[in-house]
Design a protein around this ligand. Structure first.
Ligand SMILES: *[C@@H]1O[C@H](CO)[C@@H](O)[C@H](O)[C@H]1NC(C)=O
Ligand SMILES: *[C@@H]1O[C@H](CO)[C@@H](O)[C@H](O)[C@H]1NC(C)=O
Ligand SMILES: *[C@@H]1O[C@H](CO)[C@@H](O)[C@H](O)[C@H]1NC(C)=O
Ligand SMILES: *[C@@H]1O[C@H](CO)[C@@H](O)[C@H](O)[C@H]1NC(C)=O
Ligand SMILES: *[C@@H]1O[C@H](CO)[C@@H](O)[C@H](O)[C@H]1NC(C)=O
Ligand SMILES: *[C@@H]1O[C@H](CO)[C@@H](O)[C@H](O)[C@H]1NC(C)=O
Ligand SMILES: *[C@@H]1O[C@H](CO)[C@@H](O)[C@H](O)[C@H]1NC(C)=O
Ligand SMILES: *[C@@H]1O[C@H](CO)[C@@H](O)[C@H](O)[C@H]1NC(C)=O
Ligand SMILES: *[C@@H]1O[C@H](CO)[C@@H](O)[C@H](O)[C@H]1NC(C)=O
Ligand SMILES: *[C@@H]1O[C@H](CO)[C@@H](O)[C@H](O)[C@H]1NC(C)=O
Ligand SMILES: *[C@@H]1O[C@H](CO)[C@@H](O)[C@H](O)[C@H]1NC(C)=O
Length: 862
């Protein structure tokens, strides 16, 4: 095609286009159509991007769809989806591309800026990851409505935004990583005098709130913005104010006006979670007759529920979580519209008798009294709570049987009663909508009710009770199940064969500490999702199932305390995510053969093969592969547990001479326990490379030779047990440099010579050394010559005390329990399963708050 032809073709299409568009009612200026098409072409459409999408004003879910796909130059741009033109001029004045699955970079040379007459621009709920907000937005001088929220913009919000003095609605917050430069908040508020809605959620504002702002504000949401100073009282006197969200600004001080607020009649939602509330809740609160939702969690409230709140007769959602409220829970008889009541984590005491004569909470859907000090049984004659869907009473001192009315609730979705002392049987549930049942740590007995097995459960958590009977194979009908925790009960019989085929969703399977017998006769399917499998503490026989090799995400495998009879499953080393492997106390036997492959077990940080019949030399090649242990976690951050959204990784460990059951594993905790086997030969000095080790236990074997001097590199070692072997020679003096060593047992060997002096070695007692051939020095009575510096008995006592107290804190850190967070797990699941990773990855921060808010907003989904 030559040049002339090309020009002709372009001219031709141009003329066609012109003819076409002029025949339509609204003119669509050619340049604007072109600009829109160019804009469209800057982005790809990725259905995964804006899956989770909702109307910010109403909270109603919106199905995202790619609006731009239908755009083409054969029709007038005024008829395109999301495009609106002015009736008379034909200019494009509105562009609504919210929830349109757009992905890509938004540059400041974007053709969008040619649409200079825009009044409304909505680009929310797309994925512009890494894009800056262009200062050219300031050119849209007619804009009244600008929404860039939930679209992954980053960087500084340009000050030119404050040129948009006609704006009524400005939303730039939520799921963006933005900040507002110094003074820009002030400029913004000062110039945008027409604002009715301002949403800067999660924008780093880091300033005080100036008092000069639009008097038309109805919606002001400044959640998690680093605000500080005193909130201007004027905010409460905005006469149109409907929704104020200042949550998660712990530096912001809020002093509620003591006189009647001008917003009293209009204010519907007030969220002040985690702000600093000065003074008491004033009497003026009782005039907030329109208030539907109040969130005052984490605000240091104390005493009884403040009286002025009792007058909020239109309240539907009341959240006073994480305060120091105390006394009995009042009946609040005027709260007839109450749907959500959350008093989690306070100091409320007394019983729940009031539920049986409280006639006002008939609308209640969500009731959370978890983590208080409530006592006594749940009354059995409660009839007014027929609409209850979410019931949380965990971690109180409640007892007695769980009354039938709870099992009869027709629409129950989540039930969390864990960590009380409920007894009796779990009855059949009437609800068909259960998604979470968490009854761990009670004294419940009887079988698992059948009605639990035909639900869409995500979580079935019944551990630490006295539940008996067999595990029915119907359990495998729970196709949505993420976590099945039936540990520490009296279950018997075999593991249902189908369990390994529950592959789609099941992350954690905990059947530990029951009386299950037979072989592990299940085949773990290819493509399964298992992260944690614990069958610890049963009577299982046979071999380690070879199909475990299909569990490629497995992080924890605990088959300890069973009767498995097999050789060492070296092939487990191919599970590249495996961090915790416990095969302790089985009938495993034979030498641990080395395979040439150096990529096995590289992420392992807990290896427990103790109390088996392994023989031959210590597995030097495997020890050499433990790459994860060759690093010291030096970060000063508080140690984190290895866990995921549905499971805290629990196992039994032995350290410092004691066993600890059901221990939550801290990420930096590294343990090798090969004790109580028949290992022989020398201790490989390669162990000295495993510098991250905290606990090393090689006791009760037939090891000989010397203690390798390389042990001096184990600088964070806390517990070393080499007792009951045939180790000879002297204790390397270099070990005195192990300053974290709290527990040492070298007894019953053939050690000779002088015990190292100084530091930790001044704290060990006789028992660490007894039964050796010729050890001398402190604390033994045979002196080592030289000038022994004797520690006085008083110093010794003190050291012992320190040791004891550190033992307690160590236990405190280790001993956690169960699935820490049940609230809203089903929502997490939905997030996770609908591929919303960006949202998801930021959730850890304010997990609970975000989940509960979202969940309350979206609970009608289920
Ligand atoms: C969307 O997600 C699905 C499932 O995770 C994945 O297979 C697909 O490749 C994704 N599509 C794009 C365009 O990223
Ligand atoms: C957003 O887009 C980026 C690439 O621009 C991509 O890496 C990321 O996965 C996308 N986010 C989502 C939630 O799909
Ligand atoms: C119109 O669209 C077609 C294909 O979609 C394209 O080939 C042509 O160049 C476009 N014309 C103009 C004027 O953009
Ligand atoms: C717009 O700018 C970006 C980066 O600055 C560049 O990669 C892109 O080619 C430009 N697009 C146009 C149409 O000029
Ligand atoms: C305020 O808006 C006007 C336009 O209405 C603009 O000229 C001025 O620069 C803006 N001031 C600030 C501080 O942005
Ligand atoms: C508030 O802003 C307006 C408009 O910028 C200005 O005229 C007025 O003086 C300001 N008031 C105060 C108290 O700063
Ligand atoms: C917010 O911005 C300020 C400076 O404006 C900065 O000091 C601070 O670290 C930022 N905070 C976060 C969480 O990014
Ligand atoms: C609040 O309720 C009390 C009775 O509980 C009543 O005496 C008082 O007048 C109410 N205050 C308002 C402002 O309605
Ligand atoms: C169990 O409840 C008690 C109070 O009854 C509380 O002290 C303890 O922390 C709770 N344990 C867990 C793991 O939540
Ligand atoms: C495993 O289960 C299947 C089906 O229940 C049965 O036929 C088989 O005998 C079982 N194998 C063992 C070793 O128990
Ligand atoms: C393990 O199984 C073998 C047969 O496979 C048997 O000879 C041996 O006695 C068993 N070992 C133990 C400790 O039960």
């Amino acid at each position: 095609m030559d040049c002339l032809e090309l020009v002709f073709l372009m001219l031709y299409t141009f003329l066609c286009q012109l003819a076409l568009s002029s025949s339509l009612p609204h003119l669509c200026p050619e340049d604007q159509a072109l600009a829109l098409l160019q804009f469209k072409n800057m982005f790809t459409v990725n259905p995964n991007d804006s899956d989770y999408c909702y109307d910010i004003s109403t909270g109603v879910d919106i199905q995202s769809y790619p609006r731009t796909l239908s755009w083409n130059n054969r029709t007038s741009c005024c008829s395109w989806d999301g495009v609106h033109c002015d009736e008379t001029t034909g200019q494009v004045i509105e562009l609504d591309l919210s929830c349109s699955q757009l992905q890509g970079k938004f540059h400041s040379n974007s053709s969008l800026f040619q649409l200079s007459n825009l009044k409304r621009l909505d680009l929310s709920f797309n994925n512009f990851t890494g894009s800056l907000i262009s200062s050219r937005l300031g050119e849209f001088s007619s804009l009244t409505h600008l929404d860039l929220s939930h679209s992954s913009f980053t960087g500084l919000i340009p000050s030119e935004i404050s040129h948009l003095s006609k704006l009524h609605v400005l939303r730039i917050g939520d799921l963006n990583e933005l900040s507002l430069g110094p003074h820009n908040f002030e400029l913004l508020l000062e110039n945008l005098t027409q604002l009715r809605e301002l949403n800067l959620n999660s924008v780093n504002i880091s300033s005080t709130i100036p008092s000069n702002f639009s008097s038309h504000l109805a919606i002001l949401t400044l959640y998690d913005t680093g605000l500080h100073g005193l909130l201007p009282e004027r905010v409460f006197h905005l006469s149109d104010l409907e929704f104020l969200d200042l949550s998660y600004n712990p530096q912001l001080t809020v002093r509620f006006p003591t006189t009647k607020w001008n917003s009293s009649a209009s204010l519907m939602k007030l969220y002040v979670h985690s702000v600093n509330i000065a003074d008491r809740i004033p009497e003026s609160f009782s005039h907030l007759t329109s208030l539907h939702e109040l969130d005052m969690g984490y605000t240091n409230l104390s005493g009884p529920i403040p009286k002025p709140l009792w007058n909020l007769t239109n309240i539907e959602s009341l959240d006073l979580d994480y305060n120091h409220l105390e006394g009995p829970i009042p009946q609040l008889p005027r709260f007839e519209k109450l749907k959500d009541l959350s008093l989690r984590n306070n100091n409320f005491d007394g019983g729940l008798e009031f539920l049986s004569f409280n006639r006002s909470w008939t609308q209640l859907e969500w009731l959370d009294f978890s983590s208080n000090s409530l006592t006594g049984p749940i009354p059995s004659n409660v009839s007014g709570l027929q609409n209850l869907e979410w019931l949380y009473l965990s971690s109180n001192n409640l007892n007695g049987s769980i009354p039938s009315w709870i099992f009869s609730l027709p629409s129950l979705i989540e039930l969390d009663l864990r960590n009380n002392t409920f007894s009796g049987k779990i009855q059949e549930f009437k609800s068909k909508t259960l998604s979470v049942v968490s009854l761990q740590k009670n004294q419940l007995e009887g079988p698992i009710p059948n009605s639990l097995l035909n639900q869409s459960l995500f979580y079935l958590l019944l551990s630490h009770n006295n539940i008996s009977g067999r595990i029915s194979s119907s359990i495998c009908n729970l196709k949505m199940l993420i976590s099945l925790d039936l540990g520490s009960n009296n279950l018997e019989g075999t593991i249902p064969q189908c369990v390994g085929e529950m592959k789609e969703n099941l992350w954690s399977l905990d059947l530990s500490n029951n009386s299950l017998s037979g072989t592990i006769n299940t085949t773990f399917s290819i493509g399964n999702s298992f992260r944690a499998i614990s069958l610890h503490g049963n009577k299982l026989t046979g071999k380690v199932p070879r199909s475990l090799i299909n569990c490629k995400y497995l992080t924890l495998l605990d088959l300890g305390n069973n009767q498995l009879n097999d050789t060492f499953p070296n092939w487990l080393g191919y599970l590249s995510q495996l961090k915790i492997l416990s095969l302790r106390s089985n009938k495993l036997h034979g030498p641990i053969k080395s395979s040439g492959n150096t990529n096995l077990f590289t992420r392992l940080q807990i290896l427990d093969l103790s109390s088996n019949g392994f023989s031959g030399n210590l597995p030097e090649s495997i020890l050499g592969n433990l790459q994860a242990m060759k690093k010291i976690d030096e970060s000063t951050r508080t140690p984190e547990y290895i866990s995921d959204i549905c499971y805290n990784y629990l196992t039994t460990i032995t350290t410092k001479g004691q066993d600890y059951d059901s221990v939550r594993i801290v990420d930096s905790n590294m343990i090798i326990n090969l004790s109580k086997n028949r290992f022989e030969g020398r201790i490989p000095s390669i162990i000295g490379d495993l510098v991250g080790l905290r606990t090393l236990n090689l006791s009760h074997n037939a090891l000989e030779g010397h203690i390798p001097a390389s042990f001096q590199n184990l600088s964070v070692l806390e517990s070393l047990d080499l007792s009951s072997n045939k180790i000879s020679g002297e204790i390397p003096q270099q070990l005195a440099s192990l300053t974290f060593l709290e527990f040492l047992n070298l007894s019953h060997n053939h050690l000779v010579g002088c015990i190292p002096k100084g530091k930790q070695f001044d704290t060990f007692l006789n028992s660490s050394y007894q039964g050796n051939d010729g050890l001398r020095g402190f604390p033994l009575s045979i002196h080592c010559g030289g000038d022994d510096q004797l520690t006085t008995p008083a110093e010794l006592d003190q050291q012992q005390e320190e040791e004891d107290s550190s033992m307690i804190s160590w236990q405190g850190v280790l001993v956690g329990y169960g699935c820490g967070l049940v609230i809203g797990l089903s929502v997490i699941y939905i997030m996770w399963s609908t591929q919303y990773p960006a949202w998801f990855s930021r959730m850890d921060l304010k997990l609970e708050r975000i989940i509960t808010t979202r969940m309350k907003k979206h609970k009608k989904r289920y």
